[in-house]
Design a protein around this ligand. Structure first.
Ligand code: F6P
Length: 382
């Protein structure tokens, strides 16, 4: 396959390690005599023909830097198209205008879903690279950026314990993760959070939050950290029975992004939990009985979790993904994406890889979480 120029784009939310992937691609491309064309702002720059030439000599150690050199956006190129197939052909013709022979698309399920459609319906020469701090893509054991974000959230919760202890407070810490609970589960377990709420297991406010806090305060605990995914929500029974400030309508009326995903972060579930806790006189009394202050605060970690430089794991995974993606381009291995299987870099079809992944019931982290929450107060029963 005679490839002279390869386009690279980054789409969706940014993520530590994007620059590491770009640098990995550039290393191999330089070695193979291929020129890298950076497409700016994801699919937006692809459509609008906004590019820069990437000269590796100008970007020493790019893999150590956070964010993305190419900028990013959440642009859905199919939005408003009357025929998706025609649009896919039109997009693929855009390769000529951009002066590229092949494209490496780095993104999550939305960005790679577009790439897959273009490959299937217009035979576009596209290779994918899975990216998201959420780690919720089925085709890979880990996405780069995930472990950097886990570390940031875990550090934040570690740090919050000293102020929680000083004031005897309940901190409800909201962790990113639109649909899946990987970030909250891993950072919550790592920091020893006292309650961990994830979207995969809709919670019962009475049993999983109020009761646990009562048991903890009766066992002698004076401060508490609750880790909640931004996408965690109560089960239907609990929603109807326990909530005064949240209803099904509130959830269904949430605004959506250009791909139609509800913007769950807008719900601000950590604040809702705080508001609901503050309405519970029975809980207040339990704290007072134990001579413990009853003060609840919400902390939204939000974009701090995507900020800063990638950790070493993500730098190396990013470089490995970039190297493998460029090799796939050279081999003409299109319609597939790079993935991590165990410790090996493998390729999987884009259509498989972009499917969503969730924490399942048999995942040992589920049991760890439940034990971590329960055993601490049980073992201190007076
Ligand atoms: O999908 C990655 C992610 O970081 C989610 O965890 C979060 O819901 C979303 O991006 C936030 O996106 P934005 O930066 O557009 O607010």
């Amino acid at each position: 396959m005679n490839i002279k120029k390869v386009g690279i784009l980054t789409g969706g939310g940014d993520c530590p390690g994007l620059n590491s992937v770009i640098y990995g691609i550039m290393l191999k491309a330089y070695d193979a005599g291929v020129q890298c064309v950076g497409i700016l702002k994801g699919w937006k720059g692809f459509i609008e023909n906004k590019t820069i030439l990437l000269n590796i000599a100008d970007h020493d150690d790019l893999h150590t830097e956070g964010g993305t050199l190419l900028y990013t956006s959440r642009t859905n190129p199919f939005k408003g198209a009357t025929s998706k197939e025609e649009k896919a052909k039109e997009l693929t013709n855009q390769f000529k205008a951009l002066g590229i022979d092949a494209l490496i698309a780095i993104g999550g399920d939305d960005t790679l879903g577009v790439a897959d459609y273009m490959y299937k319906h217009a035979n576009a020469k596209i290779v994918g690279c899975p990216k998201t701090i959420d780690n919720d893509l089925a085709g890979t054991h880990y996405t780069f950026g995930f472990w950097s974000a886990v570390q940031l959230a875990s550090n934040a919760m570690d740090n919050l314990t000293s102020t929680a202890r000083s004031h005897q407070r309940v901190f409800v810490v909201e962790v990113m993760g639109r649909d899946a609970g990987f970030l909250t589960m891993y950072s919550g377990i790592s920091a020893g959070a006292d309650i961990i709420l994830i979207p995969e297991t809709p919670f019962d406010f009475e049993k999983d939050v109020v009761d646990v806090l009562k048991k903890r305060v009766n066992a002698g605990y004076t401060y508490h950290i609750i880790a909640t995914s931004e996408g965690a929500y109560p089960n239907f029974k609990s929603l109807e029975r326990d909530f005064k400030t949240l209803s099904k309508e509130t959830i269904s009326k949430l605004p959506k992004d250009t791909f139609g995903n509800p913007l769950l972060a807008k719900l601000n579930i950590s604040q809702i939990i705080v508001d609901e806790l503050n309405l519970r006189d029975d809980l207040k009394q339990e704290f007072e009985k134990n001579d413990v202050e009853f003060e609840c605060r919400s902390v939204v970690l939000g974009h701090t979790m995507r900020a800063g430089t990638p950790n070493s794991f993500d730098r190396i995974l990013g470089l490995r993904f970039g190297l493998a993606a460029m090799k796939m381009v050279l081999e003409g291995n299109f319609g597939n994406m790079v993935s991590l299987q165990g410790n090996k870099i493998k390729t999987v079809p884009l259509s498989e890889g972009v499917k969503k992944k969730y924490i399942t019931a048999e995942n040992d982290k589920m049991e760890l979480r439940d034990l971590l929450v329960k055993i601490r107060y049980l073992s201190k029963q007076k």
